[in-house]
Design a protein around this ligand. Structure first.
Ligand code: DGJ
Length: 715
């Protein structure tokens, strides 16, 4: 519901309320974000004669009205707001002051179209469009607010009436007048992504950012801003996601009068986008979510929203259980070996075989061949179509790995088009994993990649494509961009990447695209709009995975996590864990295998087969249920998934420490109906007993043992 009354806009998206007002100077002030309010909250604004606060000319001799402390919907430089700006523009005369004032507004049905930038979908959406104008620049700024279910999606567009250099145009900017806040960010590294970090928001600005050209392993374009003291079940908290997969910055700061500002922007501090008269720039969308009841309910709302409004599952979607060839044989294979692997996997009742890296011209190690997307028939001993056919005969669907944004110097593509790689003229090459990044900001390069992939995918009977990306962008320099356009290469790159993915999905609607960037280096809402599943991490160790899965679950649905059982000792850290534990952890996502089944003993094979059957039984609950992070410390990790009607649940736990004469552990469940009776391992308990007293976790007394229990309502 969008209401406009007495210069106040009140947006009510389910439980999230957002309020702004047009002030006496036609500037837009931000009044409220949070639980419902019924009238204007402008009574909370403060006016005072504050030392060193500036006043705009219209205020005459009045010294109490200053943008130094008023909460601003668009925070600008030059008018007395010294906090971080959400818009930075350099005018033709070199000045950087902007002054956008209200012009008009309109309300429309549906979401906005910012194609190919990622956007949520939803038939019941409603959009408020506010038009602001800077007279001197002759420039319009359009603010979009799309209300969908419990969320608001914001986006911003500039329409230039004179030449401008846009340095920053944030997707979302929030000012909170009162309360103390903490910000939870999700940092990490390759093989250890999205580890939660909570910081108090104080006077010194906190910036969470990536300058890598991808959202990255090191940071994530998702944060939670929470009132101090928020925990899993208490407290007001806000989720902010950028629907963007490139560099980004999210800034949080408190000002001298204890109000808090949060700004989320695509691209980093080097971004500059040149606009000529009449040209427009649209920045990516941001998703704002809210809970009054702590992190669990926020995460479950985000997960439900993502499943309903972000993920576009392919036509005839199946809950595949896959086997991926990577950790089974890396690049050391031929066609016969792959077919044997597929046959063995089929005997375990997996139903999709994924051929990972190593299948194309001369690709036997990672020095060569990226860019040459043609099968190596001499290595495979057959064409890719024949291989696909043979794999299908084992009863498995067929999937293929590609890394289309990259090129090796040792490739036909690089020999023909050395200028297609991003590199700085007059400087030595900067390689990572021996590869360079193709300059997708160039239309001809993007078109070439699209056409090459279309040709590759046609006639191969593909059910799945794993889209990998294995380095960060170091030098953002395009051989054909003008000097003034070099600083927008990252933005244009990302736009064309989304366009390619969109076109491919259109031509191949039945293919399930799984995103990947050395595991979870591009795990974000932007990518999820195009690849509804993403390989969560290159780390397949069950114990490390618990950290990565728990961290990722704050902002993303587990349905989107690619999650595999691999061999022991684990290839990333050498750890040995029981098969049941590896499987229990892989249950928290889209299940798969990542090793050679022939290395298993007969009893392990039987165990894995029964695990796969059990996963299939539970897949609907796992992918659509609510997740409760029950406990995670040095002794125990425990989590619970409960169906939306609370009739079914799956409790899982892993023991992280082992001692002689060990303790018993008891865990209280959540999300059940207190008066309903549940069956648990043959015993009957009321929901209230399970939630208020708890259940004992019966672990086997050995290192890293796991415990899993299905819970069902009687009736
Ligand atoms: C990184 C991925 O995350 C791995 O799963 C695998 O596909 C390799 N790349 C292949 O090069």
């Amino acid at each position: 519901m969008i209401k406009y009354e007495d210069c106040v806009f009140t947006l009510q998206a389910g439980k999230l309320c957002y309020q702004m007002m047009i002030d006496k100077h036609s500037k837009l002030l931000h009044l409220h974000t949070g639980s419902e309010v019924k009238e204007s909250t402008s009574h909370l604004l403060s006016f005072a004669d504050r030392g060193f606060s500036a006043n705009i000319e219209e205020e005459g001799r009045e010294r109490t009205y200053s943008y130094d402390f008023l909460p601003c919907e668009v925070s600008e430089r030059g008018l007395g707001d010294f906090r971080s700006s959400s818009i930075l523009i350099e005018a033709e005369d070199g000045s950087i002051t902007t002054d956008f004032r209200f012009e008009s507004y309109s309300i429309k049905k549906g979401v906005i179209d910012i194609h190919p930038l990622p956007m949520a979908y939803g038939e019941d959406a409603e959009t408020l469009e506010i038009k602001l104008k800077d007279e001197k620049l002759d420039c319009f700024l359009i603010l979009y607010y799309c209300l969908i279910d419990n969320a608001i999606i914001t986006a911003r567009k500039l329409i230039a009436g004179s030449p401008l250099s846009v340095r920053k145009l944030s997707s979302l900017s929030l000012d909170f007048m009162y309360q103390d806040y903490e910000i939870m960010s999700f940092n990490g590294r390759h093989c250890y992504e999205r580890q939660p970090l909570i910081q108090e928001v104080r006077e010194n600005r906190i910036t969470i950012s990536s300058r890598r050209g991808t959202s990255s392993h090191q940071a994530n374009p998702f944060i939670i801003l929470a009132e101090k003291g928020t925990d899993e079940v208490h407290g007001n908290c806000f989720g902010v996601h950028l629907l963007w997969s490139g560099s980004f910055q999210i800034e949080a700061e408190r000002n001298q009068f204890s109000s808090t500002r949060l700004i989320a922007s695509a691209e980093d501090e080097f971004f500059t986008f040149e606009l000529k008269k009449g040209e427009t720039l649209t920045m990516p969308a941001a998703l704002l979510t809210f809970s009054e009841q702590g992190y669990t309910s926020l995460s479950n709302d985000i997960a439900a929203f993502t499943r309903k409004h972000i993920l576009r599952l392919p036509k005839e979607y199946r809950n595949y259980v896959l086997l991926n060839s990577w950790e089974a044989c890396y690049m050391d294979f031929n066609g016969e070996k792959l077919i044997k692997l597929a046959k063995d996997a089929a005997e375990l009742d997996t139903d999709l075989f994924v051929l990972d890296d190593g299948w194309f011209l001369g690709r036997n190690d990672d020095y060569t061949s990226l860019g040459d997307w043609q099968e190596d028939e001499s290595k495979l001993g057959m064409s890719l179509s024949e291989l696909s056919e043979k794999i299908r005969k084992t009863g498995m669907a067929f999937g293929l790995w590609v890394e289309p944004e990259m090129v090796n110097e040792e490739s036909n593509l690089y020999k023909q088009h050395p200028d297609w790689a991003l590199k700085t003229p007059g400087r030595k090459l900067v390689r990572s994993r021996y590869q360079l990044v193709l300059d997708l900001s160039r239309t001809e390069v993007a078109e070439y990649i699209l056409e090459t992939l279309k040709k590759l995918f046609r006639g191969k009977n593909l059910s799945y494509v794993k889209w990998d990306y294995n380095r960060s962008i170091t030098d953002f320099y395009s051989a054909t961009a003008s000097r003034e356009n070099q600083q927008s290469v990252g933005y244009r790159y990302m736009q064309n990447l989304y366009w390619i993915l969109y076109e491919l999905r259109k031509e191949f609607p039945s293919i399930l695209f799984e995103g990947c960037s050395g595991g979870g280096g591009r795990f974000d809402m932007g990518m999820l709009c195009y690849t509804p599943q993403i390989w969560l991490s290159d780390n397949t160790d069950a114990i490390d995975r618990l950290d990565i899965q728990f961290g990722s679950s704050y902002g993303y649905p587990i349905a989107a996590f690619g999650s595999h059982v691999s061999t022991c000792p684990n290839h990333q850290n050498g750890r040995i864990t029981p098969l049941y534990t590896r499987s229990t952890v892989a249950f928290m996502g889209s299940y798969g295998l990542e090793f050679t089944p022939a290395t298993l003993t007969e009893s392990e094979k039987a165990e894995l087969k029964s695990e796969i059957a059990e996963y299939r039984k539970q897949a609907e609950l796992i992918k659509k249920g609510n997740l409760y992070r029950l406990r995670k410390d040095e002794n125990i990790a425990a989590w619970l998934i409960v169906s939306n009607d609370s009739k079914e649940a799956l409790l899982s736990a892993v023991k992280l420490s082992t001692h002689g004469n060990d303790l018993d552990y008891c865990i209280r469940l959540r999300g059940l109906e207190k008066d309903v009776i549940y069956e648990v391992a043959g015993q009957h308990f009321h929901g209230s007993t399970l939630m208020n007293a708890g259940l004992k976790l019966h672990f086997e007394n050995k290192e890293y043992s796991a415990f899993r229990l299905a819970i069902k309502a009687l009736q």
